[in-house]
Design a protein around this ligand. Structure first.
Ligand SMILES: Cc1cc2nc3c(=O)[nH]c(=O)nc-3n(C[C@H](O)[C@H](O)[C@H](O)COP(=O)(O)O)c2cc1C
Ligand code: SF4
Length: 440
């Protein structure tokens, strides 16, 4: 196994790591104490974050320090200010934030407090995926423990810094993880994403300045403040520094969540951490960063897991969640599963997404079932072109278009074979299903 410095999973491995007394023994709240004792100014903290080069781990990879600096000047804009911590984690394949919340809720809280100090916030709202029962309960208990210890609430650790933290259970929809859908849902409405601009920093929760960050992003903050931006930059790549949590799933021997420095080749993660493709089978396809990042061919498996390298490979780093498909898997069937998901999760506000996800699902279904036509391949492409990039209120439409394009670009032979031979191999020669006419 390759030797490299780790920090993201260290505290999660101690016995009872979710309890305050254990967490404190492991160093949690040390960075917050350092900030308040030194004392550092909010600007100093944002500068350190900027200097570290930390990029958001929620999917878009946006620089965190820069995002924090977008909040209006608290001396000039006296509205209430918030952090919405995005713990909705519903992207298929992604399962890293739940480990942090379940095993080390106090470092998540410390990260929120550091963000609150840096952006001079009044309160933090943690929006936890509804199905995450244990992570929710652990975080709720941890907040109460921290409050009793003077770490949450008024005059934290005897300083002038005060901050409230509130919990909210998610509404059971993928779209509630999109930052503006999340804010609508938190306000008690349907999780319908808002058109941008205005951006959350100017008009967020209840119309007040708000920053939305992912759990893993915030989890990095205490380590950066404790050990310094240069320490953080000593890991990962120049443009994507630090380690990340790689949730690897599908046809592997050892699925799980592993800590990896950004820039490690995907093959090394697959072989050294996940034990390789299961049953010693060959690799057929892989998805690098959660379901919206598309299907890549085996010849791309040497690509480094970082934002720039995956962009060059016509994909994205996304949430860093790898999904592995072995030689027996059907890419068409996997794409169909994903399209059914996106169709189900589209909130329906934009016609391209509402209709497009439905049509993509129906066309993949008929190709899968042996009712496809050669023109369907072009039809899939035209539909996906009409859905993305940037043609809708939020990126869910892109998230369906990207895997569609990737199947046409990288697995066109399989589409052609399904049309010629009568669908998925299990269905060939059987009674054909009846399909609705779509798009033509
Ligand atoms: C449909 C959709 C679902 C999303 N779901 C999540 C999610 O569950 N968790 C998350 O952190 N970000 C999710 N995002 C990304 C958020 O909109 C936002 O970019 C992120 O929370 C910002 O945090 P970061 O800068 O720390 O990465 C989603 C985006 C889209 C378009
Ligand atoms: S792109 Fe889709 S999910 Fe996003 S706002 Fe439009 S209809 Fe809703």
């Amino acid at each position: 196994m390759s030797g490299f410095e780790t920090y993201l999973l260290e505290r999660t491995q101690a016995k009872d790591s979710h309890l305050l007394k254990v967490a404190r023994g492991l160093g949690t709240y040390g960075a917050l104490k350092k900030i308040l004792d030194t004392p550092l100014t909010p600007k100093d903290v944002i500068e350190e974050l900027k200097e570290s080069g930390l990029r958001g781990r929620g999917g878009a990879g946006f620089p965190t320090g820069l995002k924090w600096s977008f909040m209006p000047d608290a001396d000039k804009d006296t509205r209430k200010r918030y952090l919405a911590l995005n713990a909705d984690e519903s992207e298929p394949g992604t399962c890293k934030d739940r480990v942090l919340m379940r095993e080390d809720p106090h470092t998540v809280i410390e990260g929120c407090l550091i963000a609150a100090f840096a952006m001079r916030l009044d309160a933090v709202y943690i929006y936890v995926r509804g199905e995450y029962r244990v992570p929710y309960e652990r975080l709720a208990v941890a907040i109460e423990e921290a409050r009793t210890a003077g770490l949450v609430g008024p005059r934290i650790l005897g300083s002038d810094f005060s901050c409230e933290i509130h919990m909210h259970k998610g509404a059971g929809a993928y779209i509630c993880g999109e930052e503006t859908g999340l804010m609508e849902s938190l306000e008690g409405k349907r999780g319908h994403p808002r058109p941008k601009p205005p951006f959350p920093a100017g008009f967020g929760l209840w119309g007040q300045p708000t920053t939305v960050n992912n759990v893993e992003t915030i989890y990095n903050a205490p380590f950066i403040l404790e050990r310094g931006a240069q320490w953080f930059r000593s890991m990962g790549t120049k443009k994507s520094p630090g380690n990340f949590l790689c949730g690897i799933s599908g046809h592997v021997e050892k699925p799980g969540v592993y800590e990896i420095p950004l820039g490690m080749p995907a093959r090394q993660i697959l072989d050294e951490f996940a034990g390789g493709v299961w049953k010693k089978r060959a690799l057929k396809a892989w998805i690098p960063g959660g379901s919206s990042t598309g299907f890549l061919k085996p010849d791309a498996i040497d690509t480094s897991m970082d934002h720039d390298s995956l962009k060059e490979a016509q994909s994205m780093f996304g949430t860093g969640a790898m999904i592995i498909l072995d030689e027996t898997a059907s890419v068409v069937r996997s794409a169909l599963t994903l399209m059914n998901f996106y169709e189900h999760e589209s909130c329906g506000q934009c016609s391209q997404c509402r209709e497009g996800t439905q049509w993509l699902a129906q066309i993949f279904q008929r190709i899968h079932d042996g009712q496809g036509r050669m023109e369907d391949i072009q039809l899939l492409e035209d539909l996906a072109n009409g859905m993305a990039p940037g043609k809708t209120i939020c990126a869910l439409s892109d998230a369906a278009a990207i895997p569609t394009h990737s199947v046409i670009r990288n697995f066109k032979d399989e589409l052609v074979e399904y049309v010629r031979e009568g669908g998925h191999p299990d269905l060939r020669g059987k009674q054909p299903a009846v399909h609705q006419e779509v798009g033509v």
